[in-house]
Design a protein around this ligand. Structure first.
Ligand SMILES: NC(=O)c1ccc[n+]([C@@H]2O[C@H](COP(=O)([O-])OP(=O)(O)OC[C@H]3O[C@@H](n4cnc5c(N)ncnc54)[C@H](OP(=O)(O)O)[C@@H]3O)[C@@H](O)[C@H]2O)c1
Length: 507
């Protein structure tokens, strides 16, 4: 038997990766994302001893806080977490600093340069910097420009910029933003974040596909008849009406999270486990994706908006009754659509994507439905024979399942579907890290694998351009159907699948 070959590239990637001494600069340090996600993720990295001892976090925003104010605000926001890890927090908070900076004022950004040099001396951070733009998307381009003008992005090996979502609001704005940020530094310095890619279960799509030889031969149009990708939320718009009213579900969830799950599920195997090889394959498959009916895009998409629902004991407001929402809003809180991918692997296989707020269950999953057995020898216990399904459960019940038929107990020979089930929790016994833990570490390591490259982000926007244009120019062609809160979306979304003789999976 030939010896199994060892790929030298993989050996390198398997080794423990160490973050270099550096300063993480967070713009938007007084904002929601910083205290809710970024600082908790950094504290987690600190407690896991994955941060170097030569490390500083410099918070920046316009308000005139001091280092002490910043430390106190972060401690307040994380009070319950800190209670259990008091001494770790005391050490960690020694890494926290603050500098008032208005990103729109060049002189502030120049002054920031001097503060960074002081921190380099104080914390031995050696001029390595990761700048995290956790500010309004309106500042992504101008923020990069201000950093470049202040000479803070000059050395590609020492400076990086992390850009939050959303990256653009459509194809042309994403293209313009890409042009601006690429004029400020090299593509290798830009880390466009999609926190879904930080989830173990999303990364597991790659491992499941490419570490197990049994899947590749059947992972194509010959064996798979359709694919459903769902990201369902139980929450409504909450306090995000200001942002959501201009975004809607298509921009907020489909263009990024659902499209990333689509790309990982459908991409070709990369030649090697290398960031660019993976991103090449993702970009390629997104470039081959298209709406099911290109000339009649309204036929392949259903939009919905939640109306009042819940029970008499706990009634739920409709979207239009939520604080900050226009009472006549036509923003969609639900989208379902059908796509195809025009390549040899997937030609003719329908992909159904759906996402919504105020649905009955919180869950994200990818469901691959296989073709039915060519001859039905047995009666199905439920009446109709089922097809095998592979279910990749992204959240919250992280794992995977495989649905297949077995003999139903009894004297006859009837078949019945059962579920073979893998759970991260049961197998590994510990909850997986928050997506931001992984992504912040990767950005500081300079590993772009889980970040979106410029061509990927543009391909994702291009895919949905016909729908965005329709919503803008002829909204009546893509009406927003009401659906009762805590139901699975408007009936029209069922019709989208019924036309193909299919149904949405009801988890
Ligand atoms: N929050 C989330 O859960 C979430 C999730 C995904 C993506 N994101 C993205 O993350 C980014 C930040 O979101 P957020 O919710 O944290 O926003 P936010 O709460 O509104 O915070 C915005 C921050 O920007 C600062 N800021 C405003 N103008 C500035 C300027 N000219 N110069 C420097 N700083 C300025 C604000 O502080 P001052 O007023 O003191 O300047 C504040 O710290 C957004 O792009 C959002 O789309 C957020």
């Amino acid at each position: 038997m030939p010896a199994q070959q060892t790929n030298p590239l993989r050996v390198g990637l398997r080794q423990e990766r160490v973050i270099s001494p550096q300063c993480l600069v967070i713009f938007g340090a007084s904002g929601d994302l910083t205290h809710r996600k970024l600082i908790p993720a950094l504290f987690e990295l600190f407690r896991q001893r994955r941060l170097p001892s030569e490390f500083a976090i410099l918070g920046c925003a316009r308000r005139p806080w001091s280092d002490e104010d910043f430390r106190a605000r972060m401690a307040e926001a994380m009070a319950s977490e800190i209670q259990q890890h008091q001494s770790a927090w005391e050490q960690f908070s020694g890494c926290l600093f603050y500098e008032p900076v208005d990103l729109q004022k060049d002189e502030d950004v120049v002054k920031l340069g001097s503060r960074l040099e002081t921190l380099d001396r104080l914390k031995a951070t050696r001029g390595n910097r990761t700048f995290y733009l956790s500010v309004s998307p309106a500042f992504y381009g101008s923020g990069c420009r201000a950093l470049a003008n202040a000479g803070l992005l000059q050395d590609p090996s020492r400076s990086r910029v992390v850009i939050e979502k959303p990256f653009g609001t459509d194809y042309s704005s994403a293209q313009s933003l890409n042009r601006v940020v690429q004029s400020c530094g090299q593509e290798s310095q830009i880390f466009r974040i999609d926190h879904y890619l930080g989830k173990e279960t999303v990364q597991n799509i790659l491992v499941l596909r490419f570490a197990n030889a049994i899947f590749e031969p059947i992972w194509n149009r010959n064996y798979i008849s359709s694919v459903q990708i769902t990201a369902a939320e139980t929450v409504g718009v909450e306090e995000r009406a200001g942002y959501y009213e201009t975004s809607g579900a298509l921009r907020d969830m489909v263009q990024n999270h659902l499209t990333q799950m689509l790309a990982l599920t459908t991409m070709e195997a990369p030649g090697r486990f290398d960031p660019e090889a993976i991103r090449n394959e993702k970009a390629k498959v997104l470039q081959a994706a298209r709406l099911a009916y290109e000339d009649e895009p309204w036929k392949c998409c259903v939009r919905g908006q939640y109306s009042r629902g819940g029970s008499p004991a706990s009634p739920l407001a409709g979207y239009r009754q939520e604080p900050g929402v226009n009472p006549e809003s036509t923003t969609e809180t639900y989208v379902a659509m059908k796509l195809f991918i025009d390549n040899w692997r997937w030609q003719g296989v329908p992909f159904y994507l759906r996402t919504g707020k105020r649905l009955p269950k919180r869950l994200s999953e990818v469901v691959l439905t296989f073709r039915k057995a060519p001859v039905q020898l047995f009666d199905a216990a439920g009446g109709t024979p089922t097809a095998n399904q592979l279910v990749l459960r992204i959240q919250p019940d992280e794992g995977a399942g495989f649905v297949f038929d077995v003999k139903a107990p009894g004297s006859g020979m009837r078949s019945r579907p059962v579920d073979m089930h893998f759970s991260y929790d049961e197998s590994f016994g510990e909850p997986s890290d928050e997506g931001y833990v992984r992504l912040l570490a990767d950005a500081m390591l300079g590993d772009p694998t889980l970040f979106t490259r410029s061509d990927e982000v543009e391909a994702a926007w291009r895919l949905y351009t016909p729908l965005l244009e329709l919503i803008e120019d002829a909204p009546a062609r893509l009406p927003v159907y009401p659906y009762e809160a805590r139901t699975w979306g408007p009936a029209a979304s069922d019709s989208l699948l019924a036309e193909d003789g299919l149904m949405w999976r009801r988890p």
